[in-house]
Write a protein that binds this ligand. Structure first.
Ligand code: FAD
Length: 383
């Protein structure tokens, strides 16, 4: 009986700051266990910082399919999700490499406030469980139980480019080239007559427009990119491993805590997982720091080691990397191994951590007289 009471919790309201995927996930788990939940969202709807962006819900960190994992957590999967198996990568010389995967490598999902988006599916599920979501509401003080889910607090990487309409076939294309996306990668995603093309850069923010222009030109040449009605869009990512992910008694989840895939910025699953863990910590009285350190930290540390190698390899190494990792192999399996914590990567972590530090600003950006997406202060919709 006492256990039951602990699980369903008291009548006290749990407040959550931020209706991103981390905050909404936590709200769904808490409300599903009978807790009263109020989510505060500073914007007038969900997903406003993404506004129709296409993103990859990665499917390589677990053997189990990600949609099945979401279902077993009790989370909605009634959003548009295009399974992506085969795609194309290019190295800095324009050499082409096929990306092949038997199972979906990732699911292309839409982010934003519209029907069919991941954000809308989670919002509807939360509301159907009785969660109150207050829009245009900035939470400034948290008095009782609560979770901080307010998104990135720094720019360790930025992804900038365009959303557009197109007659192109559905698919995905990637280019690893520091001349297009310093220490990152450029990508083109097309689904259902719409697309996004972006330069995801980990450095050189100040020359953002230059890299975006080169990215567009290169995709036009290599992949036949065609854009109608292009609208600029961009955002930032915050990658860091905090000592504690609690602000006082309040768990921090998703990118507010810095939880991200430091290699390439596939942060959605970590946002969801940390939302689940934070809810569990409130429901069962478990120590949140202990939970995420056990369940998430090894994977994030591994991604720091992967980033250190990726940064070291530079443009010359990208060709080697693509040749060895892509040709002929099942890429989902290869990536799963690379993202898997191992003793070797654990030993390399102290070295990697010295090479990669969350910057809270980009070293190539002194923030003086700068108009990059981070300095503009919006880190969301640009126009
Ligand atoms: C351009 C771009 C492309 C990306 N592509 C991918 C991808 O392909 N795959 C992938 O896995 N990840 C991708 N990511 C990363 C992924 O989107 C994030 O890691 C994830 O959305 C983080 O979720 P979150 O809930 O922590 O934060 P957010 O989604 O940022 O949600 C935080 C919410 O809190 C609100 N808020 C902020 N302050 C307050 C306050 N004080 N009170 C109330 N509300 C507040 C914000 O308005 C926002 O809605 C991409 C990111 C960007 C920017």
């Amino acid at each position: 009986m006492q256990n039951n009471q602990q699980k369903t919790g008291s009548d006290a309201v749990v407040e959550i700051a931020g209706a991103g995927i981390a905050g909404l996930t936590a709200a769904i788990i808490l409300a599903g266990a009978g807790r009263r939940v109020v989510v505060h969202e500073v914007q007038k709807g969900v997903g406003y910082r993404f506004g129709g962006d296409f993103q990859g819900l990665e499917n390589w960190t677990t053997r189990e399919d990600v949609l099945q994992s979401l279902e077993s957590l009790g989370l909605a999967t009634d959003f548009t999700a295009l399974p992506c198996r085969n795609g194309t990568a290019f190295d800095p010389d324009g050499s082409r490499y096929e990306i092949n995967s038997r199972e979906p490598l990732f699911y292309l999902v839409e982010r934003g406030p519209d029907p069919g988006t991941l954000d809308d599916a989670l919002l509807r599920q939360a509301q159907s469980l009785g969660v109150e979501v207050r829009f245009n509401s900035r939470l400034r003080r948290m008095e009782g139980e609560g979770i901080l889910a307010a998104g990135p607090k720094a720019a360790d990487a930025i992804a900038v480019g365009y959303h557009f309409e197109t007659d192109m076939e559905e698919g995905y294309w990637v280019i690893c080239d520091d001349e297009l996306a310093p220490r990152g990668y450029a990508y083109l995603l097309v689904m259902n007559g719409r697309g996004t093309v972006k330069s995801c850069m980990f450095s050189g923010f100040k020359r953002e427009r230059h890299y975006v222009q080169r990215t567009v030109e290169t995709f036009q040449r290599l992949a036949g990119l065609e854009m109608r009605n292009p609208r600029m869009h961009g955002g930032c990512g915050n990658f860091r491993i905090p000592r504690s992910a609690c602000a006082g008694p309040h768990p921090m989840v998703g990118e507010q805590a810095g939880f991200q895939d430091t290699l390439w910025g596939f942060g959605m699953r970590l946002a969801i997982s940390s939302g689940v863990l934070a809810a569990r910590s409130l429901l069962n009285g478990e120590n949140y720091d202990r939970l995420w350190q056990r369940e998430l930290k090894p994977q994030i540390e591994t991604s720091v080691v992967n980033r250190a190698f990726y940064t070291l390899s530079g443009s010359l190494g990208y060709s080697w990397f693509l040749k060895h990792f892509l040709n002929g192999s099942d890429v989902r399996e290869t990536l799963r191994r690379q993202y898997q914590p191992s003793r070797g990567k654990w030993l390399l972590y102290p070295w990697a951590r010295r090479r990669y530090r969350s910057q809270r600003s980009d070293v190539s950006c002194d923030h003086v007289d700068c108009n990059c997406i981070w300095c503009r202060g919006d880190c969301c919709i640009l126009d």
